[in-house]
Design a binder for this molecule. Structure first.
Ligand code: GLA
Ligand code: ZN
Length: 674
């Protein structure tokens, strides 16, 4: 998000429309005291802005806009279309979604509009345009926030019709579609487009991810993601027509399966996302979400649009963020590429389901709370750091491939194991790299590989057209590639590439996978790597080397002695294959040795439980040191640091060779001394 603040925006969702006007002035005073300078406004006000089909009423929003402008606040202006008004649902039931089991919704909740309802499409775009026209002269609007957390899916008749149109565009002919969906299986051949129905519990599915026909289910996932993206684009373009240089975005949700965020990212001026880790999420998991959100837009800094200052109401346990944690997690976002630090919400509501979700201003209504005091300190730090970090980049040398269509396909797959989860497999590699303090970029199947020394694609089940060629090219020129079991199996339509696994990756990897053994959770095989024995499970490929060097073999069962880890020299580079899922320490050992060989350096050597990341700008490095431990740790400044580093948060100068204690939950933002 570009702003004229000269610093990272600090603030979040503010809902004065839920409050009597008498307290608005006090809100402004308190928020300024905390250092807030960015307000996300107008997120859920559609019913107020449009009390009936033919009337807009902007009077209250005018007052809010004037109030915040007069108080020097910048605005992230939402369009309010994340929840439709009740009159619209009553008058046009088509705006209501139909659920996966075929149940038609009544009015209620939010994120509740059918993406293919012409009524919803018309009114949402019209409202976005009306807002843009009304507020185009407000120069304190920094960016536009379309809808809110797009998500879910719909299976209504409008969607069914739109799906057929989408399919006609994709396939051109029914022959092509029948072939791709393999409809000769069970005699599902279609002779008329109108015979195609939505794949849900009433048709091809017997559970959310269990489908008889992967082809149609995959296409519906693509179609659903595209449908919502079209909603986003309709509103975006309506705003753009009025304000050609508007910056436009929405708030994403990290590893959110239903929407292909990499595709969405191409339509967004910047990525915004909402970070709500659970109290027991490991911190590397949060780091991974941030890295994904940076990665989908090729490394461009993202906006942290929401996080809770203290508690959220919707986790099973509303555990408090312990003292220091809100600050630590805010800096963790920045450490991974955030250029804003924003929250949900600024004043805690008194009714409905978010009244126990914390806020800058709590029910007590004063600044005399622990949470407010911690926020104020953070606000001060962001002001103090100024523009140093803005638009700085993470220059990673390791890339992890993450692809949404692959995710859908793996988890729609009938076999080989219901335990196989794409994100979990990706996380095995991420966790190890993170523990080694090695920066990682998430890339897609179509991303440029040339800047990476190591590209890892766990479970590259769906090998998209051209991807294998690009990977070969990359390795041929000296790159190192690593992939795993259940890769290269199918193309975009989930039909198997005949001729032996891993399909188009066979030559690159120099192997042939003959069989795949799925091990139940209580069973394991074993392998030896670098002198240590590791348990292997989930899936074990039974493979033959076809040119690749065998680095490790299975120790047990009838496939004892068959390769479990291989390396193939290909052109000037290498292609590695990990044939099974292993215990966490294996990945640390493997990746450490690979990164050492490739001279991929750690950001900095730090004690366990401490995260170190780097962002760089104009030739200057910024090293973030984040102590996630409950105890103080000793940071040794001769490890990876230059002479005379300065901590941007405290202005403290750290001399080379100096060791000092970093308190529990403590943060350093180090850069070379002036
Ligand atoms: C989401 C929404 C917000 C709010 C928060 C509560 O992120 O975007 O409107 O409901 O959750 O955690
Ligand atoms: Zn629908």
């Amino acid at each position: 998000m570009r702003t004229d603040l000269g610093k990272m925006p600090f603030g979040g969702d503010y809902n004065p429309e839920q409050w009597p006007r008498e307290i608005w002035a006090e809100d402004m005073r308190l928020l300024k005291e905390a250092g807030v300078d960015m307000l996300t406004l107008n997120v859920f006000s559609w019913a107020t802005l449009q009390p009936s089909e033919d009337t807009y009423d902007f009077s209250q929003l005018d007052d809010i806009m004037n109030l915040v402008r007069d108080n020097g606040m910048r605005v992230f202006m939402a369009t309010s279309t994340g929840a439709h008004p009740a009159w619209m649902a009553t008058r046009y039931p088509e705006v209501l979604r139909v659920e996966f089991d075929g149940k038609k919704r009544k009015f209620g909740g939010r994120h509740n509009s059918c993406p293919n309802s012409p009524v919803f499409q018309h009114h949402s775009a019209a409202l976005a345009e009306a807002l843009a026209k009304r507020y185009q002269s407000y120069t304190n609007i920094s960016a536009w926030h379309i809808s809110n957390e797009y998500g879910g899916s719909c299976y209504c008749e409008n969607c069914e019709k739109a799906f057929r149109v989408w399919l006609q565009r994709r396939y051109g002919s029914l022959e092509k579609l029948n072939e791709s969906w393999n409809t000769s299986f069970w005699g599902h051949t279609f002779y008329d487009w109108d015979e195609i129905v939505v794949p849900n519990l009433q048709s091809e599915h017997f559970a959310e991810t269990r489908t008889m026909f992967q082809g149609i289910s995959l296409d519906y996932a693509r179609f659903n993601s595209d449908s919502m993206m079209e909603n986003y684009k309709l509103e975006r373009d309506a705003i753009r027509r009025v304000i050609p240089d508007a910056q436009i975005s929405t708030n994403l949700m990290g590893f959110y399966k239903p929407l292909d965020y990499r595709k969405w990212a191409k339509e967004m001026d910047f990525i915004g996302w909402d970070n709500y880790p659970s109290y027991d999420d490991p911190y590397y998991r949060t780091a991974m979400c941030h890295d994904l959100m940076r990665g989908i837009k090729d490394g461009q800094p993202f906006a942290l649009v929401e996080q809770t200052p203290g508690v959220s109401n919707w986790h099973p346990y509303s555990a408090l963020k312990r003292p220091g944690v809100m600050r630590l997690w805010s800096w963790q976002a920045v450490a991974h590429g955030a250029d804003t630090v924003m929250f949900f919400q600024l004043r805690r509501s008194i009714g409905s389901c978010e009244k126990y979700h914390s806020a800058f201003i709590d029910h007590v209504g004063t600044s005399e709370t622990r949470v407010f005091r911690e926020l104020k300190i953070l606000g001060g730090e962001l002001a103090h750091v100024g523009d140093h970090l803005l638009n700085s980049r993470t220059n990673a040398q390791v890339a992890l491939v993450f692809d949404w269509e692959n995710w859908w396909a793996i988890e729609f797959s009938a076999g080989p194991s219901t335990e196989l989860r794409y994100m979990k497999e990706v996380m095995r590699y991420y966790e190890a790299l993170h523990a080694l303090n090695i920066s990682v970029d998430f890339i897609g199947a179509d991303s440029d590989l040339s800047t990476y020394k190591l590209v890892i694609a766990p479970v590259l089940y769906m090998t998209k057209t051209g991807h294998a060629e690009r990977l070969k090219e990359y390795v041929r020129k000296g790159g190192t590639f690593l992939t795993t079991f259940f890769s290269g199996i199918v193309k975009e339509d989930d039909r198997v590439v005949p001729g032996g696994y891993p399909g188009e990756l066979r030559e690159l990897l120099g192997i042939w996978v003959e069989e795949i053994d799925a091990l139940p959770p209580d069973k394991h095989n074993r392998i030896v790597w670098s002198g240590k024995t590791y348990k292997a499970g989930l899936l074990c490929d039974l493979l033959h080397a076809r040119g690749a060097e065998v680095l490790s073999t299975y120790l047990d069962d009838f496939y004892r002695g068959m390769p479990a880890l291989t390396r193939n020299r290909f052109g000037a580079g290498e292609a590695w294959y990990v044939a099974t899922a292993l215990e966490a320490p294996f990945y640390i050992s493997l990746l450490k040795s690979m990164c050492d060989t490739l001279e991929i350096g750690q950001v900095m050597q730090v004690p366990p439980g401490v995260e170190a990341t780097r962002r760089s700008k104009d030739g200057r490095d910024f090293i973030f040191v984040l102590n996630h431990n409950e105890t103080e740790v000793l940071i040794e400044t001769d490890r990876g640091m230059e002479t005379g580093m300065v901590d941007l948060l405290s202005d403290r100068i750290l001399r080379k060779g100096e060791a000092f204690g970093l308190e529990a939950k403590g943060v350093l933002v180090l850069t070379s001394g002036e």
